[in-house]
Write a protein that binds this ligand. Sequence first.
Ligand SMILES: [Mg+2]
Length: 439
Amino acid sequence: MAVCCLLNASRAALGRWLPVVAGRRGANFGRRLCSRPAGRAPGVSQRTSSPTFGFLFDIDGVLLRGQLVIPAAKKALQKLTDSKGQFCVPVAFVTNAGNCSRDGKAEELSNALGFKISPDWVILSHSPLRLFHTFHNKRILVSGQGPVAQNAKDLGFQHIVTIEDVRKAFPLLDMVDQSRRPKELPPPTTDFPAIEGIVLFGEPVRWETCLQLIIDVLLSNGNPGADLSTVPYPHLPILACNMDLLWMAEAKMPRFGHGTFLLCLESIYKKMTGKELKYEALIGKPSTVTYRYAEHIIKQQMECHGWMSPLRQLYAVGDNPMADIYGANLYNRYLQAQAEVSVTAMVADIQGKERHAPKEDSDVSLSCVPSCQSILVCTGVYSRHGDMPADCNESTVETVFHGHRDFHFDPDLVEASHVVRDVNDAVELVFQKENWERE
Ligand SMILES: [Mg+2]
């Protein structure tokens, strides 16, 4: 089944890139959260009982609509904080936005909501790239807009090449816009080190330039000044963030997102080579990699704040079935599959050691990693005009699949665990389910 393939692919990607979460690099990564003198991040409650659940909040359509704050968001945050405005449960803000910095998004959220939001709690579409250490020492071409090069540097990439760098080094490659063609034949560039990988951060400007130069880099195996011989395949590794085909801005009709750009790139590559463009990893919701990273952030937050109870449940709150709900449900499938593998391995181990092995079976199942429930709110994609659908359950079925090529449609994955009016109702629902009361 297609989704099984995807699950396997996600597992492979996770296996390749995320073991560092628990290892030495993971510890270093968490240091920013844990290094505060008091051992407790500002804005976090000192409540005595520890939460065993955490929230993953989408931002657009859940907390904000463009520049506007959704009123329920302030009510929800009041419920999540104590009388001093300090959070009493772990939260992470998971957005597919990427043409900005984490600090900038945290500041924007803090100003809009009136609560101090730490950058450590904000996960942008590219944030998990921090863990892709294998690429950090490679010479990487980056595509996108906004502070792309700075973001890449902040994530750990050390040798960054921009599209503009390639264009300047090889001015004869960018020929669509006649006004940008060189007036004279430039001298050939001979000192341009080979590009070893590509990171697609988000939708760029001047798509024709980016599409052309990225294809040139792929077909030339990272040497766009070279003569073309045979097409290298597999091609250079590509990491892509944010697969959203469309997004809602102030206009009444949806706008092209990075998923549309990827669709163009994939189509051109296949048309030119007859082969599929392949990704080393796809990051951002609904990717499992992003949810695994978010879980890591939640656990780091709990550990650093002295909340010692194990995390047993994640609640992902979002307005977009194809990104938020699909992603949370897919991650839940991944968790369940991991648990099954774990149980099978442990039972086999027990049976190998003790032929009369016991009732540990039931105990083993308790060691399952947390599950992730999806909560759909009706303040964003499904309620563009501010009205709640008459039957929210009816609205969770997509008739046209806008997901990425590598994420096949499965109706079960866009069916939310819960559908509520807004984020405030989502928090109330979770508190009720968890029997959690504010102190
Ligand atoms: Mg949203």
